[in-house]
Structures are given as structure tokens and as C-alpha cells.
Design a binder for this molecule. Sequence first.
Ligand SMILES: [Mg+2]
Length: 175
Amino acid sequence: MTYEMIFLDRDGTLNPDPGYIAHRKDFRFYDFTLEALSRLKGNSFCIITNQSGVARGLITERNLDRIHQYIKTTFREHGIDLKAIYVCTDHPDQPSQRRKPGPGMFLEAAKDFQLDLTRCLMIGDAESDILAGQRLHMDTMLVLTGKGKDTLSQLREKPTFTVENLLEGAKLLEI
Ligand SMILES: [Mg+2]
């Protein structure tokens, strides 16, 4: 299946989420992440990530950028078409509409890449990922890594797809 864009959450979806990853050395992909995204050739991706650790003073913009440069380089080396990484550094106590589940970062991507969001897919592990996707009438995929299992019990409306992890999700979309 091909979407106009596949939006990816970062922590708990692409990589283990110990909370507030502040340094490149503390970031690693799940073993299956690169294989999963490589299976979805023909699709393009944007990462959409809340990083409130910046507003909390736990992560510097500079170190966050280093992590994201690493992600971009690694994806490029694997032929994965990553178009952009959108980051919201807001504190949850004072969120703008950019902070998921707000629509801001998705609307920016829609404008930047001229997307019909109803033809896009959001993949994530948190309630805020799935809610954001549902509110914008996108297909949604809940991965049961990260916070996924808790999220499953919180959601009122079921996601389009629920899968063990990103690799299982990729296999499902391949069919
Ligand atoms: Mg997450």
C-alpha cells in the first residue's frame, strides 16, 4: 500500500524510549526499524516528534539536532526516503497547537509537501499520535512497542491497524 506520506512518531516507535534522550550515544533504533522502513519502498516518510525535554531543560537543541542528523544520515544510507523531521519542544503545561495531539506539525507537512492528509498514515505508540491522526482523518497504526500497550486501553476509537511493532506493520502494508 502506498500513502501520500507516512508520518512516524520517534520514541517508542523507531527507538526504545527510556525518556528524554539527551545525547546521540543514548539513541539507538530498534533492531527491526531499518528493515521495516526498507520494506515500504515507494513511500515517503516524515518524523513528527514531541520533545518537551527541551522546554524542561533536559535536552539541548544542539544535541537534539545531532540525534536527528544521525537519523537522517542512517535513513539515507538505507535508501529510506525521509522528507523531514518536525519537532515540537513545547512544555505540556503550555502546549501550542504544534504539540501532538494538536494538528500543527501535520498541517505544516501538508503545506510543505502539498499533501491530502486523508491519504496519509500516522504510525505511533502514544494516545497523542493516534488521536492526532484520527482528528485529521488519516489512517492510523498503533505499534505495541513503547507506550503502545497502555495506549491500547486508553483509546476510545480503535486505530485502523494495531501491530506488535513497526516490522509487523510494514509486513501488513506490503500485502
Ligand atoms: Mg512515542
